[in-house]
Design a protein around this ligand. Structure first.
Ligand code: UD1
Length: 423
């Protein structure tokens, strides 16, 4: 297994191009299953999760070609000859459940393994299933698989209110509703930019959708969808992560392609901590306003609130801030696994349930640490950039699921970072 070696070496300066969003791409790719015509996605990120989704779609009979060094994905599902998504692929990535809605909507049946994914809490898929049931699906859970059928071969429009906001369940229901008979109204829907991006792509394919980005999405089902070309929205989590580089290490970084509307709540917290964020013609320019950053309290919430996927990285920053910060994790239980690793680097963190109290220290110290999940792994790299001495982050396969070319992007700003190849 590969590791990453980081040596803290002071202020970093440069430009970092931000890729297309992993989480948007993972929901856009299954949209191919809704149409017999080709779907082309541009601005795709080059990540192992995208390779896993490619493999899953191919196992169902879809054609997926990565062009232009992976930046363009050409997908075609003119023949879906297998309606079973196997455990062997699905267990690698939770977003695999997103093939369920489209297959069921297009062909009236599907069998999908229950997913695995990051070890950040129980993460059930009950809301995905409830929304599809509301659209008339018959579901049977056996042998670790969901066996789904639409009576008469087609889902029906329905009014469904999510009991809690779920990004994935909103996406699955939205994908399925495009081909259902009649109108579907999704209430208490997730409002994340990735949902807005999915709705835009589906509209390009001929779907009739209104209200994406608000809590109520209305979908008028159509008989068929056609081909389209769609650019994947910028990755707001990758953006937020690299915005933290000059905040934690000093210096100035321009995140190319970044927009404030994608990271509003996060940028407000940075501002309160003493980090300046300015919109430029090319993206977002970030630097500290003056010396050390200050403590701020953070609570994770569904969009437009502070994203849970930036909590670990923000904690790394607050470990070096002046004063005491309180971080509350409201989306996932058990998402502070990075805290003990940061403590190995000298951080002072007290975790009680879903609350972490962080007392900033002047300086972190390099140490061998272990990546426990995707966002935790990058938080340790950020901490390493600000630490005295060497940090070795092991188990970086988590990192490769969600961040492309990290070493390259950070080295370009002057960071001393390299990958140590394992076996
Ligand atoms: C997506 C993102 C993930 C992000 C999360 C929250 C992708 C591929 N992943 O995950 O990076 O951290 O949104 O912003 O887009 N829940 C249920 N039942 C369900 C579904 C969810 O109880 O059927 C719960 C979850 O356990 C969690 C909360 O709802 O506590 C929110 O989860 P959800 O928004 O569904 O996250 P994902 O779509 O899995």
């Amino acid at each position: 297994m590969d590791s990453i070696l980081v040596k803290g070496n002071g202020p970093l300066k440069g430009e970092i191009p931000i890729a297309g969003a992993k989480n948007a791409c993972l929901t856009l790719m299954p949209a191919t299953l809704l149409s017999e015509e080709p779907l082309t996605l541009t601005n795709a990120p080059r990540l192992s999760d995208i390779a896993t989704m490619t493999q899953l779609l191919q196992s169902l009979g879809a054609e997926v070609a990565a062009l232009q060094d992976g930046l363009v994905l050409a997908l075609s599902s003119h023949a879906i000859d297998n309606h079973r998504a196997d455990y062997d692929i699905v267990r690698k990535m939770r977003a695999s459940i997103l093939v369920l809605g489209p297959m069921l909507a297009r062909d009236g049946h599907a069998v999908v393994s229950l997913p695995g994914g990051c070890a950040i809490g129980a993460r059930p898929v009950d809301l995905h299933l409830k929304a599809l049931e509301a659209m008339g699906a018959d579901l049977d859970l056996r042998d670790g698989y969901v066996h789904a059928k639409a009576p008469g071969g087609r889902l029906k429009g329905a009014v469904f209110e999510f009991p809690l906001v779920s990004v994935g369940a909103t996406e699955n229901a939205l994908l399925a509703a495009t081909l259902a008979k009649g109108t579907t109204v999704l209430k208490n829907a997730a409002r994340e930019p990735e949902i807005v991006d999915l709705a835009r792509c589906l509209r390009r394919m001929g779907a009739q959708i209104e209200g994406e980005g608000s809590g109520t999405i209305t979908i008028q089902g159509v008989d068929r969808l056609h081909g389209a070309t769609h650019p994947v929205v910028t990755d707001r989590i990758e953006l937020g992560t690299y915005m933290l580089v000059p905040a934690i290490a000093g210096g100035e970084v321009e995140c190319l392609g970044g927009r404030l509307e994608l990271v509003g709540a996060f940028a407000e917290k940075l501002d309160a901590a003493g980090v300046s964020v300015t919109e430029t013609a090319r993206g977002l320019k970030v630097s500290r306003k003056n010396g050390r950053v200050r403590a701020v309290d953070v609570t994770t919430e569904p969009f437009p609130g502070f994203p849970t996927d930036l909590q670990a990285q923000m904690m790394a920053l607050l470990c070096t801030a002046e004063g005491t910060s309180v971080l509350e994790e409201k989306i996932f239980e058990n998402r502070f696994m990075h805290a003990p690793e940061l403590m190995r680097m000298g951080a002072r963190i007290d975790v009680r349930g879903g609350t972490a109290t962080v007392t900033g220290v002047e300086k972190l110290r390099g140490a061998p640490v272990m990546a426990t999940d995707l966002r935790a792994s990058v938080s340790l790299i950020l901490a390493g950039l600000a630490a005295e001495g060497e940090t070795v982050v092991s188990r970086v396969y988590h990192l490769d699921r969600g961040y492309e070319r990290v070493e390259e992007k950070l080295s370009a700003c002057g960071a001393r970072i390299e990958r140590i190849r394992g076996n």
